[in-house]
Design a protein around this ligand. Structure first.
Ligand code: PSU
Ligand code: MN
Length: 307
């Protein structure tokens, strides 16, 4: 652990929470630099932190700054990540050692954020959507590193389901193979990010934060390492029309294919294209669902810590 400490920088607020065993909710930074345009990305990042505080937990936004794995960011770090946007390296698990060794900056995806959160003992993390199995993965082999992270890292992630830019049934199959429970919060159907429902079922419906917290404890007590995925439907008033969204998604995927975009660029490209095609309504929904997830993650976190 000593060697590890050289690489980690914990903010005062988060260190105080760790010292006093207070509930902490992790937040990712790829969503800031690559998932939303400036300045809404900055406002959203600050609002997310505030929602976590308002719900009785301490926020820990995670990123790599000058080669340090930062747990809890200062306002100027958030401003920098938001303003610099796509020029900040998108860091998933495989990128961590390279960016740290170069003493460079990185916006962490779900996989990298889960890993860094786990290093300091944070158990819960809120985001918008996770990466998954892409459509056409049987040819491209494009499966997000997020899914394998769930197989090994003991962190629960609260999201609004997987976006329909992905292949939802293949994503569920993959998580099943990796032994990851997919929980629907007050729903039996897998939420599809912009919409409350998909055509697919979650593994288990759970109706209270306490029920989820008890299952997490049980899982890890039993030595069943790996994450838990909690899917939380977007609030009704912000959910978008399924047909309109599917049309935008199909168009965005076609455009990405025509341009030959692949690898780590594809998810940010599709998100940006969909935002443009829906003239910003999808961005507003995206922001609202992230807020909603920050609240639920905080409630689960408090239940987990018994506070
Ligand atoms: N989903 C969103 N917004 C995002 C992402 C996912 O709605 O910004 C980001 C997350 O950081 C996620 C990453 O971990 O995209 C997945 O990228 P990839 O598909 O390249 O693994
Ligand atoms: Mn990928």
């Amino acid at each position: 652990m000593n060697k590890m400490n050289n690489y980690i920088k914990i903010s005062k607020e988060v260190q105080n929470a760790l010292d006093n065993n207070l509930p902490i909710v992790a937040l990712e930074s790829t969503i800031i630099s690559h998932g939303m345009p400036y300045p809404k990305n900055l406002h959203t990042a600050l609002e997310c932190e505030q929602i976590v505080r308002d719900n009785g937990c301490v926020p820990a936004t995670i990123a790599i700054i000058k080669g340090k794995l930062c747990v809890g960011l200062e306002k100027e770090d958030l401003e920098y990540l938001a303003y610099t946007g796509l020029k900040v390296t998108k860091v998933s698990r495989r990128d961590i050692p390279v960016i740290v060794a170069k003493e460079a900056d990185g916006a962490t995806t779900v996989s990298a954020t889960m890993y860094i959160a786990s290093l300091v003992g944070i158990k819960i993390f809120a985001t918008g959507g996770i990466g998954g199995v892409h459509r056409g993965a049987e040819v491209s082999m494009d499966i997000s590193a997020d899914l394998d992270e769930f197989a090994k890292t003991n962190v629960t992630v609260v999201c609004a389901g997987a976006k329909a830019i992905l292949d939802l049934p293949k994503t569920l199959e993959y998580l099943e193979t990796k032994g990851v429970p997919v929980i629907g919060y007050q729903t039996k159907t897998l939420p599809a990010f912009y919409t409350r429902k998909s055509n697919y079922s979650v593994d288990y419906q759970m109706d209270t934060p306490e029920e989820i917290a008890k299952m997490m404890k049980t899982k890890w007590d039993l030595g069943l390492n790996g994450g838990v995925l909690v899917t939380n439907p977007i609030p009704e008033e912000y959910s978008l029309d399924e047909d309109v969204m599917n049309k935008a998604i199909d168009e965005a995927i076609e455009s990405a294919n025509n341009l030959g975009i692949s690898g780590k660029e594809i998810t940010p490209y599709l998100l940006d294209k969909i935002q443009k095609l829906t003239s910003g309504t999808s961005l507003e929904s995206n922001i609202k669902l992230v807020h909603n997830n920050c609240k639920l993650a905080s409630l689960i976190c408090k239940a987990y810590y018994g506070t």
